[in-house]
Design a protein around this ligand. Structure first.
Ligand code: ATP
Ligand code: MG
Length: 213
């Protein structure tokens, strides 16, 4: 579904090189590694947001970074679901309006069941600016799922949540992945959570090593 071939990237100094990944439909993949090792950078590269110094990201038979800007934007909008820690809800809108907006843009309907399971069904009329950090995070996850993405990229999606709510959110994401034959690429510091994914990689010494799956 998504392939990374020989990716390398550097900012002031080299971050990583020879990164290869093969993400299959219906699979969940975790990337772990020390703070500052470049995990978020890899996720940005995989998800259209950052062009690597070298290497290719193949989606739909094409290298993302050889596409025209409008083609890349279309993939980002329609096919990819990007869940980052800084989630940008429209603050003046209600929680429900934020989710509806994503539904309208993609022409897909949000599954009410998902709102229940994320524990946010009762928050729909509340203003986004008046929700707690963890509530906002769950609304933004529902908003991503409302697009019915083919691949979800999630960077510490449960970082702001208590362990019980975090487990609920992860089970929603994993179930979505299996039911829709989508794929989930998860960056996390939580080894236990990483252990629940089908495959696990560790970014260390500038290389991405597969440690399981
Ligand atoms: N836009 C940028 N410009 C310059 N340097 C950057 C940029 N983005 C990240 N870096 C640097 O690249 C390194 C890797 O950053 P990255 O955010 O990928 O790490 P990470 O593994 O996600 O860390 P964490 O676990 O703390 O989130 C860091 O040293 C960071 O300062
Ligand atoms: Mg990071």
């Amino acid at each position: 579904m998504l392939q990374a071939i020989n990716l390398s990237h550097s900012f002031e100094y080299p971050l990583f090189s020879e990164v290869n990944l093969d993400i299959k439909a219906g699979s969940t993949t975790a990337i772990v590694g020390a703070s500052g090792s470049g995990k978020s950078t890899i996720l940005h590269i995989l998800s259209t947001l950052l062009k690597p110094k070298s290497g290719e990201v193949i989606f739909g038979g094409k290298n993302l970074y050889s596409l025209k800007d409008d083609e890349l934007l279309k993939i980002r909008r329609q096919d990819f679901g990007i869940i980052f820690q800084a989630h940008y809800l429209f603050r003046g809108f209600s929680a429900g309006e934020n989710i509806e907006l994503a539904s309208i843009l993609s022409g897909q309907k949000i599954d009410k069941n998902i709102l229940e399971r994320l524990g946010i069904a009762g928050l729909m009329t509340q203003k986004a600016s008046e929700l707690s950090g963890g509530q906002q995070q769950r609304i933004s996850i529902a908003r991503v799922l409302a697009k019915r993405p083919k691949i979800i990229f999630a960077d510490e999606p449960t970082g702001n949540l208590d362990s019980h709510t975090a487990a609920d959110v992860m089970s929603v994401l994993c179930q979505y992945t299996k039911e829709q034959s989508s794929a989930l690429v998860l960056v996390t510091h939580d080894e236990r959570l990483a252990g629940q994914m089908d495959a696990q990689f560790r970014l260390e010494n500038e290389k991405l090593n597969q440690i399981r799956g």
